[in-house]
Ligand binder design. Structure first.
Ligand code: TA6
Length: 292
């Protein structure tokens, strides 16, 4: 699997769509992976999402940053890590320039080696992602429909990389007292003892049955704290992740020091797979509100 930098793609048709609200809020969504790579709330000058300068773009490649869609598997398992949806080309079903874009994935046109790797989940499905911007908010809804003749099960997540001024000073609030699975402790479960989750280095946790509103507090000494409100509906679980210096060093599409500029706070259906009967429809939403 190979990718190209954004610069290398400059001369060819760039495979993304921009949604721009009348108030100036905008989101850029790449069709490969239905991946939002840029979100500027109304009045904001910068991308509120982190994207590495070493991110790769193109067919089969998931951009390092933005908001990858993890489906039909979150994390490792029978399928490649985080499933195949983030590696597939989605198609635009509807684009209302001033409001939203709706993308769809029903079959994955992937390179041959990838098709073999999707064999572990051979189901007929339809996935749609609706991306809406306006004012201070960005809202993503993932909808999955079973168009197969048998039930199927999946796990899923929306995996935003939020840009922070210093991850070492950032905090996620709202998870106190919850049970979490710690990937850094071999998947052992613990109860969150802290008032907030901090990011002194690598942190990789799935919090079960998390509240539908969390806060990402982006604090820097001497500057006003920025509190990003992160809401979800339909997704029971929440994930917090920072790769730490070892995690960025071990991935070619991260630059050294990137771990200080990002924190992932994800909405997921992870602990209990979603089981859909034929004709069944599932929806999960994540909405983020930028502070002014
Ligand atoms: O959501 C957290 C996580 O599952 C971590 O375990 C980490 O691997 C991260 O996702 C990114 O995964 P990726 O395959 O994109 O490197």
């Amino acid at each position: 699997m190979s990718g190209a930098t954004l610069g290398e793609l400059a001369d060819v048709a760039v495979p993304f769509v921009d949604v721009e609200a009348t108030d100036g809020a905008m989101a850029r969504v790449y069709l490969d992976g239905a991946q939002v790579a840029e979100w500027r709330p109304a009045g904001a000058r910068k991308n509120a999402l982190f994207v590495s300068e070493r991110a790769q773009y193109g067919a089969g490649v998931s951009i390092r940053g933005g908001i990858p869609v993890c489906f039909p598997q979150f994390g490792p398992g029978a399928l490649p890590q985080h499933g195949f949806a983030r590696h597939c080309r989605w198609r635009v079903v509807e684009l209302v320039l001033r409001e939203f874009v709706l993308l769809e994935l029903a079959r994955c046109d992937l390179p041959a080696e990838w098709l073999e790797r999707t064999a572990a989940w051979p189901h007929d499905f339809q996935a749609q992602l609706r991306v809406q911007v306006g004012g201070p908010s960005l809202e993503l809804t993932l909808q999955v429909t079973n168009i197969d003749s048998v039930p199927f099960a999946f796990t899923a997540a929306l995996h935003p990389y939020f840009a922070v001024r210093d991850a070492a000073a950032a905090q996620v609030h709202g998870l106190a007292g919850l049970t979490y699975r710690d990937a850094l402790a071999g998947g052992a479960e613990f109860v969150e003892q802290g008032e907030s989750v901090l990011f002194p280095g690598n942190v990789d946790r799935v919090y079960y049955s998390a509240p539908d509103v969390l806060e990402l507090r982006d604090a820097v000494p001497g500057k006003r704290e920025r509190v990003l409100r992160i809401e979800k509906r339909g997704f029971p679980d929440a994930v917090v992740w920072n790769p730490g210096p070892e995690g960025t060093a071990s991935r070619a599409d991260f630059a050294p020091g990137d771990e200080r500029q990002m924190v992932c706070v994800e909405a997921g259906a992870i602990r209990e797979p979603v089981v859909l009967e034929p004709g069944g429809v599932w929806r999960g939403t994540q909405r983020v509100v930028w502070p002014f």
